[in-house]
Design a protein around this ligand. Structure first.
Ligand code: PBG
Length: 324
């Protein structure tokens, strides 16, 4: 049946009817705000490639986390930049590490917000890779033990959810066993299951000071050309005990989000709207080329429409402010 019986415009004529028939709605409850934590006091270093994003010392982080909580955002995701880096990323699993201290302070001051910690070594190693390096290669199995130690130390500090982003094979199982062994049987694992070797992480590596000092991450992160492989990654992480799955980046991979959503309806699906996606919008807005607010909302709505339940985004506080 076509025109003139059907006129699509009938359901588009007013804000009220558009609201009523809207299929996808962004909810503050489903946003996660990332933060970068550094040593020191009264530090708020702007990240030049990410306008509005700062490296914050713990004392400056707390008020931001309070604001996040007051806006109704349920969770923050923490990245740590340690004072000292070494080949095995010791600060990543030190109980006095930057993340461990930040988590304890947030839990003391803003106990109701969920603290998610990124479990990885790249911010803590002097070579900038996500695992142990030998003869120029990133070794998978010896890295697992360190990641498991890191996850346990985050849990001990009070983290509510751990999120391994390293892309070593078998790390979800190693982390689950280690957490369970220490009595943390109820700490969920949000697995960066489907994580691509993406150029869209560029600005993040400025913020987290985690660019690899040689080579790249293509031997452990996924090839951007692959989608069937995403199903294998997701299936194996679920089998190993992941409670939630993530696809990352988001906007260039909306098809991947859809495929993973349809294949694994049993778990919450998280999408990471990464640094480069954020910076592109901020840069074009700064040039006056786009309407920042509308582009931001359209991009995030697109990520939800593709099938993500939850979105990690540097825009979270802006979106929450807008939705209030
Ligand atoms: C690695 C990690 C990265 C991001 C989150 N965790 C960078 C990488 O893999 O190089 C990227 C997030 C972003 O770009 O916003 N620990």
């Amino acid at each position: 049946m076509a025109f003139p019986v059907h006129r699509m415009r009938r359901l588009r004529g007013s804000d009220a009817i558009r609201r009523m028939v809207r299929e996808t709605v962004l909810r503050v409850d489903q946003l996660i705000q990332p933060f970068f934590v550094v040593e020191g006091t009264e530090v708020a270093n702007p990240v030049s490639s990410m306008p509005g994003v700062y490296q914050l010392s713990i004392d400056r982080l707390i008020p931001e986390v309070k604001k996040t909580h007051e806006l109704g955002i349920p969770a923050v995701l923490l990245f740590g930049i340690p004072a000292h880096k070494d080949p095995v990323g010791s600060e990543a699993y030190s109980d006095q590490g930057i993340i461990q201290r930040a988590v304890r302070e947030i839990k003391a001051q803003v106990p109701d917000i969920l603290v998610i910690t990124d479990v990885c070594l790249c911010e803590y190693t002097d070579h900038g890779h996500c695992g142990v390096v030998k003869d120029g290669r990133v070794l998978n199995d010896p890295t697992l033990e360190l990641l498991a130690k890191e996850a346990v130390s985050h849990a001990k500090a009070g983290a509510d959810i751990v999120a391994p982003s390293d892309m070593m094979d078998g790390r979800v199982k190693a982390i689950r066993e280690a957490l369970d062994g220490e009595g943390f049987t109820e700490i969920p694992i949000l697995s960066y299951a489907v994580k691509y070797a993406s150029a869209f992480y560029g600005p993040f590596r400025d913020a987290a000071e985690s660019a690899p000092q040689f080579g790249d991450r293509k031997t452990y992160q996924m090839d951007p050309a692959n989608v069937r492989e995403a199903l294998k990654e997701a299936a194996s992480d679920l089998e190993e005990g992941a409670d939630m799955l993530m696809v990352k980046p988001a906007l260039p991979y909306l098809d991947v989000i859809r495929v993973v959503r349809d294949a694994f309806p049993q778990v919450p699906l998280v999408a990471y709207n990464v640094s480069g996606e954020y910076s592109l919008i901020k840069a074009a807005a700064k040039m006056g080329w786009i309407d920042e607010e509308r582009v931001m909302m359209e991009a995030l709505t697109g990520i939800k429409r593709a099938g993500a339940d939850i979105i990690i985004t540097y825009f979270a506080m802006e979106v929450a402010t807008l939705l209030q």
